[in-house]
Design a protein around this ligand. Structure first.
Ligand code: CA2
Length: 148
C-alpha cells in the first residue's frame, strides 16, 4: 500500500518555534517515525513538505492512480486553498485531513477548512502523535474501505 503524507507551509519549522502549540519534535523525526512504523504495517510512505500551494496540488495529482491514501496537513492552506480542495476532489483513494492542534480551539480564521468537505476523516488536536496514530489506523481503514 502506497501512502502520501503531505505537509504544507511552515511545518518545516516544527520543533524550532511555538513549542507550546506544536511541540518540540521536528518534521524530519515525525517522517522517520511514520516511515518506520508504516513499514511494519506494509505501508510504503512518502513523507513530503512544501511551502508552495502548486507543489502540493502537483503531489495530489501524481497520487491519482498511484497511491492508496493521502494524509494531508495543509497547514495554513487548509483555510484558504480552493486549488487544494479541487485537487483532493479528483483523488478517489482514502483521504485524511490531519492537524497537530485543534484549529477550532484557536482563532476564528482557522475554523473553516477547504479540506474537510473532500476527505473521509479528520484528525486534529492529538499533537504530533496524530501522525503515527493515523499510520496505525490506515491498514484497517484501507482493508475495511466500505465506500467502494
Ligand atoms: O495544527 C496544525 O497542524 C495546523 O495545520 C498548523 C498550521 C496552522 O496554520 C493550522 O491552522 C493548523 C501552521 C503550521 C505552522 O507550523 C509551525 C510550526 C512551528 C513553528 C511555526 C510554525
Amino acid at each position: 500500500m502506497k501512502v502520501l503524507i503531505i505537509n504544507g507551509p511552515n511545518l518545516n519549522l516544527l520543533g524550532t518555534r511555538e513549542p507550546e502549540i506544536y511541540g518540540t519534535v521536528t518534521l524530519d523525526e515525525i517522517g522517520d517515525r511514520c516511515r518506520t512504523l508504516g513499514a511494519e504495517y506494509g505501508l510504503d510512505i512518502d513523507f513530503l513538505q512544501s511551502n508552495f500551494e502548486g507543489q502540493i496540488v502537483e503531489w495530489i495529482q501524481v497520487a491519482i492512480g498511484s497511491a492508496d491514501a493521502i494524509v494531508i496537513n495543509a497547514a495554513a492552506y487548509t483555510h484558504t486553498s480552493v486549488a487544494i480542495h479541487d485537487a483532493l476532489k479528483s483523488y478517489h483513494g482514502y483521504k485524511i485531513e490531519l492537524h497537530i492542534s485543534n484549529p477550532h480551539l484557536r482563532e476564528s480564521f482557522r475554523h473553516n477548512s477547504f479540506v474537510s468537505p473532500v476527505v473521509d476523516a479528520v484528525v486534529a488536536g492529538f499533537g504530533v502523535n496524530g501522525y503515527t496514530h493515523v499510520v496505525e489506523l490506515l491498514p484497517r481503514l484501507l482493508g475495511d474501505d466500505q465506500r467502494a
